[in-house]
Write a protein that binds this ligand. Structure first.
Ligand SMILES: C[S@@+](CC[C@H](N)C(=O)[O-])C[C@H]1O[C@@H](n2cnc3c(N)ncnc32)[C@H](O)[C@@H]1O
Length: 287
């Protein structure tokens, strides 16, 4: 270790091949994230930035620190936030949300009053996807003659992303894809100009930390909608298929699984039927 200032003035050293491979293995085994050779500089820049903050001067010492017992576990959480891509938007892929709304409307029409629908945003980042699902469900609820209830579960590996998601307060620039009518109905503008999700809607959301590599142990089942976009792309192909198979097992019969277009090629599941809409990649569970 060196003093933070002395280290901050030094030029960045390149990682050796062995160091890079150790970091690659650690990240993939713990989070599924594949850091390809092309993303080596991304890894290096982010590691170095964190190492400067801590005053650690080489990659191997920092690796030791991250993998060392309980204090390593704490540092891992911080590092993971720096390395995961958390880019997201409200109604990011509009066509997928149209399919969700259509599915919920049909479902609501076939249910008895008092029935409840369960939705799940997998890899929810700072919450925009989960709130978008909640707004779709709330719109269907408003228009349905039956009194339908709903709840949204939203999970992510990143503590920092989940903290922002729970805060549910967004800068005006982030609201551009939310129709004005919905902004008025589902948000309250705060003194600082930010938009806060209305508390009655927020009560329907539950945010929890879940690593998608640990899905087998997740106590989640019987979901009517599972929405998983822009996450699987960071995993190896075999891993994506395994995750999808686990998600299917958590879908209720007749439930809807929505994935990002182009995120998995050639994957099929005997219990699923593709949704006939070329704009989206979605499936319903048979039965
Ligand atoms: C690019 S964002 C996508 C957010 C949102 N689904 C969307 O489409 O806008 C990817 C999210 O996946 C999360 N993520 C990455 N690896 C994960 C893992 N192993 N388990 C759970 N979440 C993970 C990241 O923390 C990040 O918030």
């Amino acid at each position: 270790m060196q003093s933070g200032n002395a280290w901050a003035l030094q030029p960045l050293a390149d990682m050796t091949t062995d160091e890079f491979q150790n970091w690659q293995k650690l990240l993939e085994s713990r989070s599924g994230m594949v850091v390809s050779e092309q993303r080596r500089s991304f890894l290096q820049v982010n590691l170095t930035a964190r190492m400067r903050e801590l005053g650690v001067s080489n990659y191997s010492s920092y690796y030791q620190q991250v993998t060392d017992g309980p204090s390593g576990a704490v540092e891992w959480v911080t590092l993971l936030d720096r390395l995961t891509v958390q880019e997201t938007q409200f109604f990011r892929h509009a066509e997928s949300f149209e399919v969700v709304t259509d599915f919920l409307s049909k479902k609501a029409a076939s249910l008895h009053s008092g029935s409840s629908l369960s939705l799940w945003s997998v890899g929810c980042a700072s919450g925009e996807e989960a709130w978008s699902l909640a707004i779709c469900a709330a719109e269907v609820q408003r228009q349905s003659p039956n009194r339908i209830e709903f709840g949204v579960t939203a999970t992510d590996i990143s503590h920092n992303a989940l903290r922002q998601a729970r805060q549910a307060s967004y800068n005006p620039q982030r609201m551009s894809k939310v129709p004005t009518e919905w902004v008025e109905r589902y948000f309250v503008q705060q003194g600082d100009g930010k938009f806060q999700v209305a508390s009655w809607l927020a009560k329907r959301l539950c945010f929890a930390r879940l690593n998608m590599l640990d899905l087998a142990q997740a106590p989640i089942s019987g979901m009517d909608i599972i929405f998983c976009q822009n996450v699987l792309i960071y995993f190896r192909r075999w891993q994506r298929r395994e995750i999808l198979n686990r998600l299917v097992a958590r879908l209720a019969p007749g439930g809807l699984l929505v994935i990002g277009v182009g995120e998995v090629a050639g994957w099929q599941h005997p219990d699923l039927q593709p949704v006939a809409d070329e704009r989206v990649l979605a499936f319903t569970r048979k039965g």
